[in-house]
Design a binder for this molecule. Structure first.
Ligand code: HEM
Length: 267
């Protein structure tokens, strides 16, 4: 049964959390209003939406949090503009490609914001693991971009009447798959380093998650390629691309800013 002290303690805890929440929330709002009035008016129009506030944690907002939030927020209307341009250009595959890549960039920024809010902020570390993590991140982006080029060359570029980019879908699928091999190879390298240098559990877990996402996504890629791109698999491949963008960003942050769980860091 609840006693009076327990209730009082719980109410105090809730009060403290709410106070911290409002400090952080008010900080972001004030900065947003002041620095980016146009984007702010867009934000104000959706502020009734209940899901837009709880991104905020318990520490006061800093400039980087505000910038990240505003970039994500600004990315959405920017995507509306790119989407409009892609329609005006009759679904030009190069413009559609920018549209998808911009979505991936927004996902990476959202992961960065989550990291800042929920993971203890730590100074960046250098060393071979950091270089490898950046190389893995770059390989992921090459895979993502070349994937959109394959789409632009293939049957799903916009609609049946949309122009294609004129490149060979076969050759670019091959390049896409080769880059995937590089991406997976770099991830395996990261795993080896993480175990060799006894990286924190959170770092190892992040790399395993990325590895699992890559293998699943690679499997979907091959199956869709050999079964002539059934639409259901193409949709799962797009979902996998978004998960890849999120997982590789998390790995980059975990390796270069390892959370402290008491074990040795990968340096
Ligand atoms: C980590 C692994 C992979 C990632 C992150 C990835 C990502 C992507 C992305 C972002 C696209 C463009 C989607 C779009 O523009 O709508 C794409 C398309 C494509 N990918 Fe992958 N991919 C991966 C693995 C593979 C593999 C191993 C193959 C095997 C050949 C493959 C075959 C394809 C094909 C055929 C397309 C064009 C689909 C279409 O025309 O609708 N992918 N991929």
């Amino acid at each position: 049964m609840l006693n009076a002290h327990a209730v009082e303690a719980a109410l105090n805890a809730i009060g403290a959390k709410s106070a911290n929440f409002s400090i952080r929330h008010d900080g972001i709002i004030a900065a947003a209003e002041q620095k980016f009035p146009i984007i702010w008016s867009f934000a104000a129009s959706i502020q009734e939406y209940p899901g837009n506030l709880p991104v905020l944690g318990e520490t006061p907002a800093n400039d980087s949090d505000v910038q990240d939030s505003l970039l994500i927020l600004g990315g959405i209307p920017a995507q509306a503009v790119i989407g409009g341009i892609s329609v005006l250009t009759d679904l030009n595959p190069w413009v559609v490609s920018i549209h998808l890549i911009s979505s991936m960039a927004i996902i990476c920024l959202a992961v960065l914001l989550l990291w800042r809010i929920y993971v203890e902020p730590r100074p960046a570390v250098g060393g071979p693991a950091a270089v490898l993590a950046w190389a893995t991140f770059a390989a992921a982006w090459l895979v993502l971009y070349v994937g959109t080029v394959v789409t632009g060359a293939g049957p799903h570029a916009g609609d049946p009447n949309a122009p294609r980019n004129g490149l060979s879908a076969l050759q670019f699928s091959q390049l896409h798959a080769d880059l995937v091999c590089l991406f997976i190879g770099l991830t395996i390298g990261l795993l080896v380093l993480a175990y060799t240098f006894k990286a924190p559990t959170a770092v190892r877990r992040a790399i395993w998650v990325l590895f699992a996402v890559e293998l699943s996504q690679g499997a979907i890629g091959w199956v869709q390629y050999f079964t002539h791109l059934p639409i259901v698999l193409v949709m799962f491949h797009m979902l996998g691309a978004a998960l890849t963008a999120a997982a590789v960003t998390w790995v980059l942050l975990a390796v270069t800013r390892p959370p402290n769980d008491g074990s040795v860091t990968v340096e």
